[in-house]
Design a protein around this ligand. Sequence first.
Ligand code: ADE
Length: 225
Amino acid sequence: MLRIDIISVLPKLIESPFNGSIIKRAIEKKIVEIHFHDLKDYASNKRKQVDDYQFGGGPGMVMMIEPINKCIDSLKKNRDYREIIYMTPDAEILNQKIANKLSIEGNLIILCGHYKGVDQRVRDKLITMEISIGDYVLSGGELPAAVLCDSIIRLIPGVLGNETSALSDSFQDGMIAPPVYTRPANFGNMNVPEVLLSGNKAKIENWREEKALERTKKIRPNFFN
Ligand code: ADE
């Protein structure tokens, strides 16, 4: 079973995405285990302080190394972790390849950033991987952590009802998926492409490949670089 430990100053903010359909089912089926840790529980002073002013001056608070170190240490004492991931906008951007890799590798710790970020020594010494979910800044790493977990969990065998359905997702083969249709075959003057109604599997497959190529060229031309 894959275990993911999420460290945050606002664990409440991140719990709800894990109560939804696919992830909830994966947790119930005991395919994945998610644990939330409130960084404030690892603070060393009575005020439960986890952040402080930055050396050298400047606006914004910085997350301190001590509580983070204490929390990660206590987790590592009990089991091995494959990666200790820090969610931050100044990092490599998440893609399907990273999600695939993380879905098969082992237990993960995810640290959510806040304020102006974490003390650089956390990044230098405690973190093994840094991930951004895109070139925009959110108020904290909680939503990015939920995005990362969702992208990983749905890829674990047994999580999706039909195991092949993740394989036909966009990006799995470096392509955008072709368009899909369902009933009715005619809606006003908009008709479902004939070929999809033909029952000819080879023709349908060809059509889908063509459309995938067309859409990828248009939406993600950089995939062909
Ligand atoms: N924290 C704030 N913004 C973020 C982003 N874009 N990706 C990951 N973590 C973040």
